[in-house]
Unconditional design. Structure first.
Length: 393
């Protein structure tokens, strides 16, 4: 078991009508002038944005609004938000939306006090622990950004998708009302479930396999997400299972399921280049790649994959052949993805054959043109990345 330092400072306010407490929470954490950041029309159309703004007004808190966040959030809007915050004297940031909105907000939070360009942090040209405080009203259970230390941003020029992680990115509070997820389209619901499952898998598939408590929590989170997503796809207004998914998404990415283990994150790194190039949904991209990654690295810890197959997917353990049990689990995971409408190949994801040139370009970007590796269970070189992309075609 590895030593670890677990830090999860976010106050979670969970339940029906939780959003009416937003103004009180902003005041509690010192906000006097707020940037309210959101995505498209759904926040307005649902009435949620109005409820949140009225809660701020009730506490005498001034605010400005900035919408327009898209999936795979763009650095161009981040830059616009930074300038708006500076002009308006904003001292607290509030996201109303899902992971893309929260990630965009986090980027704004470090950009406001920085003299250079915010993209510097994402390409490791600069580092910081200084940012404006932030909170969120979550509407899409998926990315877990409401309790995580990370932000992922796409550069409009060149389609580069990069992450930056600091503890200061962790929200002061996260407001979660499962009722606000009832109107999520089936595709977004399914993509969200894949993302939270993958956040857990990235930590679970490790060579550190002697932390039984962490493993048991991780397995429960994955089983619950898989069970609940099927139900909410059939019954969109099933509060019980919408609530399970919402909380599972947070637990999957607040580092609880990684205590005492070393995370892999190779599938996420590979997918960032896929969604950066084709602007596809992150969860769908993960589903398209995972099976190929799993088969490629299986030999590094077949017992781990067999445990996953048995404890999470209910595969009957073949005690005579660990690999057979493990491979059955990988296939069953892909069957699950198909059952919720997710692709399990790049062709299914983008609707055409990916070219060798596109694969080479993604491998170049993912490996920093051969200078970097990704992964921990199996450290992947640029050559390995090309092989996995080829397997996933």
């Amino acid at each position: 078991m590895r030593a670890f330092n677990y830090y999860a400072p976010t106050q979670v306010v969970f339940g029906p009508e939780a959003e009416v407490q937003t103004g009180v929470l902003v005041k509690k954490y010192g906000g006097t002038k707020v940037l309210v950041h959101y995505g498209g029309k759904s926040a307005e159309r649902s009435g949620l944005l109005d409820v949140v703004c009225k809660s701020l007004e009730a506490e005498g808190i001034a605010y400005v609004k900035l919408g327009g966040v898209v999936p795979n959030p763009r650095v161009s809007l981040v830059r616009k938000g930074i300038e708006l915050c500076r002009q308006e004297g904003v001292d607290f940031l509030l996201a109303v939306g899902g992971g893309s909105v929260i990630d965009s907000l986090k980027a704004i939070s470090i950009g406001v006090p920085y003299d250079g360009d915010v993209w510097d942090f994402y390409i490791r040209k600069a580092a910081t622990t200084t940012c404006l405080p932030l909170g969120c009203v979550l509407t899409i259970p998926a990315a877990g950004s409401e309790m995580s230390d990370g932000s992922v941003i796409t550069n409009d020029e060149g389609g580069l998708k990069k992450d930056y992680c600091i503890n200061e990115f962790r929200c002061k509070f996260a407001v979660m009302n499962p009722v606000r997820t009832y109107t999520l389209p089936a595709w977004q619901t399914a993509c969200g479930a894949v993302d939270m499952i993958m956040h857990t898998q990235e930590r679970y598939f490790s060579k550190d396999d002697d932390m039984e408590v962490t493993d048991a929590i991780a397995e429960a989170v994955m089983r619950t997400a898989m069970d609940s997503v099927h139900i909410v796809l059939e019954e969109p207004e099933n509060y019980r299972h919408r609530a399970q998914l919402m909380w599972a998404g947070s637990l999957a990415h607040n580092d609880l399921t990684g205590c005492g283990t070393s995370g892999d994150w190779a599938t996420h790194c590979l997918e960032h280049e896929l969604s950066g190039m084709f602007d596809v949904s992150h969860g769908a991209g993960l589903a398209a790649l995972w099976g190929s990654w799993a088969r490629y690295v299986l030999a590094e810890n077949p017992t781990r994959f067999a445990r996953f197959a048995v404890n999470v997917l209910g595969v009957t353990n073949n005690f005579k052949d660990t690999n057979e049990t493990a491979l059955a689990g990988i296939k069953k995971m892909e069957d699950f993805y198909r059952s919720i409408g997710m692709p399990i190949s790049i062709h299914e994801l983008i609707g055409r054959e990916i070219t060798d040139a596109e694969i080479e370009e993604m491998a170049d970007k993912c490996s920093n043109y051969g200078a970097s590796t990704v992964g921990c269970l199996k450290v992947l070189s640029r050559e390995d990345m090309v092989k996995i992309y080829q397997m996933a075609k």
